[in-house]
Design a protein around this ligand. Structure first.
Ligand code: DON
Length: 574
């Protein structure tokens, strides 16, 4: 097994070694007080890549004890809800795309849903202006959470009892774990919001700043997890937890009711699949735009021989920018929850249509986006979602992307229950043409309606080769998600790059509006200057775009697992 650790690993061990908490009897086969961060490995039996080393370890420990990739994905998500509260969640939602050992592909929608009393204009003030604070922060910004329903719905493909899969999360919450420097920074940056959007102060509030090596213990969350362990999904959607959620909502003018919780259902949907040069690419259908957008972008480059242009060449980046622009223009107009709005998926993925979209593509200059309203990217540095990729030797491959929307969601923790609620309502178009926190605009297709699910960009994706798992990939990053998955796929399938390079090399993003190319630190300056001469505008450089977690099956059948180097993300396997 190829394995190396990054600097943080040593630092964590050192810090935690200074004051190790007393270790009591535990069923965990890893130590939450001393752990390393593996960025890359090769494994024969199974692998998990996620945003947190302890969550990846929890997943692999389940694989080792006889679980399959679905078992591991469930355990990893539950562990993330504890060790990665910025995005791992019980109070949010997500999507799973899986290829099962019997060859079947499935996709599961456990996206949040607008509460029963939600309505189109609920975020407009008396003058008709959008109130972004209400859609992005605090109680009213939350949709009905879908994660717990999704975990139980996916469990039908798992092998081990749910009670076992949730056990690592319970122990991590009850006994605590050591936080890293970036987690400490992130919690410290949150203190003012936590005080503002909570009536009962959660464990994350601290009088002296958090620092690397501190132990985070979450007793209320452990109790919630125990209720789920004992009562199944009803331990969340009914009884004590549901009561605590509704009481919390009432304290802060939120509108999620007991009926909303009781009626929430995760839904199996037909995956959005398409063929690309002999590969089958399997993605998420509506209410995620991800699968369709990747389909559109891949098909718009398919006949262009991008491999000959070369990675990070001006021609390749200009072409990819133009296809990203066109796909996102369609997103704004046509995409939303297909149970509520007729999304013309067939037309939008039709190859003739896509070729027509490229008729006005000019390799020598930018095609300007028609301006509706420039989208301001708000709080881009604090956005957060999380993706995990899992594979096993039985032929199961699972891609899950899950979120509270931005970092720590609404910033409201359910009093007595210990978990953050999402601020996913902001993913609806709260007013036509008004950009959401990712600068995305929309209209009728994505307008708010009770029971409707807000349009997502999350893009958990599988690539199958000869019908078998080849690549498992996904990332957080708001609207940059589909463009990053697109770029990672092009890097692997067209530029023949190593998995590490495909994930680590700087990325870029265009989403039609605002009409500018967003680039990551390290993006080649010469390309930027050449494209500026062609008429492109660039936004300021971003520190990191997303956190891609990728597993690729090597020709010898081993799993190559790569965790993004943009965070504490970690790969585990055996
Ligand atoms: O579903 C969506 O598209 C967004 N709520 C995802 C948010 C996200 O990726 C934030 N993280 N980086």
């Amino acid at each position: 097994m190829v394995k190396y650790s990054i600097a943080i690993a040593g630092m964590l061990s050192l810090l935690s070694a200074c004051k190790p908490p007393q270790k009591s009897a535990s069923s965990l086969d890893f130590d939450p007080y001393h752990y390393t961060v593996n960025k890359k490995l090769e494994a024969e039996n199974g692998a998990v890549v996620s945003a947190h080393p302890l969550a990846s370890k929890a997943g692999v420990s389940i694989l080792k004890s006889g679980g399959n990739a679905v078992d591991a994905a469930i355990a990893t998500q539950l562990a993330l809800a504890v060790v990665y509260p910025n995005a791992g969640n019980l109070g949010g939602g997500g999507f799973m795309v899986a290829r099962l050992s019997n060859g079947e592909t499935v996709s599961l929608d456990y996206r949040e849903m607008a509460p029963g009393s939600a309505h189109r204009d609920m975020y407009l003030d008396a003058a008709g202006n959008a109130d972004l604070e209400k859609s992005q922060l605090g109680h009213l910004s939350s949709g009905v959470p879908g994660t717990v329903a999704g975990l139980f719905a996916s469990h039908q493909y798992a092998k081990l009892p749910f009670e076992k899969l949730i056990q690592p999360a319970i122990e991590l919450a009850e006994k605590g774990f050591i936080i890293s420097a970036s987690e400490a920074r992130s919690l410290n940056s949150l203190q003012a919001d936590l005080k503002k959007y909570n009536s009962e102060m959660p464990v994350f509030v601290k009088t002296i700043p958090w620092k690397a090596g501190d132990t985070l213990v979450q007793k209320d969350l452990a109790s919630t997890l125990r209720r789920i362990q004992k009562k199944g999904a009803a331990g969340f959607y009914e009884g004590e937890t549901a009561k605590l959620i509704v009481e919390e909502m009432k304290r802060g003018k939120g509108i999620i009711s007991l009926d909303d919780l009781k009626n929430y259902k995760a839904i199996y949907r037909t995956p959005h699949s398409f063929d690309y040069k002999g590969y089958k690419i399997v993605g998420m259908p509506m209410p995620s735009s991800g699968g369709l957008l990747v389909n559109q972008m891949m098909k718009m480059i398919e006949d262009k021989n991008i491999a000959a242009m070369g990675f990070h060449s001006v021609q390749a980046i200009q072409l990819m920018t133009e296809v990203e622009r066109r796909a996102f223009a369609d997103r704004a107009e046509y995409m939303g929850d297909a149970d509520y709005y007729k999304v013309p998926v067939k037309m939008l993925s039709n190859e003739v249509y896509l070729q027509t979209r490229m008729k006005n593509y000019d390799p020598a200059k930018a095609t300007p986006s028609s301006i509706i309203k420039p989208g301001e990217l708000l709080r881009a540095e604090s956005e957060e979602t999380t993706h995990l990729s899992v594979i096993d030797k039985e032929g199961n491959a699972v891609a899950v992307t899950t979120t509270l929307n931005n970092s720590y969601g609404s910033r409201t923790v359910v009093g007595g229950a210990g978990f953050f609620m999402n601020d996913e309502m902001d993913d609806f178009s709260i007013k036509p043409g008004v950009p959401n926190m990712y600068g995305a605009v929309g209209g009728e297709a994505n307008a708010i309606k009770a029971g409707k699910r807000m349009l997502s960009s999350m893009t958990p994706t599988l690539v199958l080769k000869d019908g078998k798992p080849y690549i498992v990939v996904g990332t957080p990053g708001g609207t940059t998600i589909p463009t990053q998955v697109f770029q990672t796929l092009v890097n692997l399938l067209e530029f023949n790059m190593s998995t590490e390079d495909a994930v680590y090399k700087p990325k870029f993003h265009h989403q039609w509006l605002p009409d500018e190319v967003m680039i990551e630190k390290g993006f080649p300056v010469a390309v930027k200057e050449a494209m500026q001469k062609m008429g492109y505008s660039f936004s300021r450089e971003r520190g990191g775009i997303g956190r891609t977690e990728c597993i690729r099956v090597l020709p010898n059948g081993k799993f190559e697992a790569v965790a993004d180097n943009r965070g504490d993300d970690a790969a585990e396997g055996y």
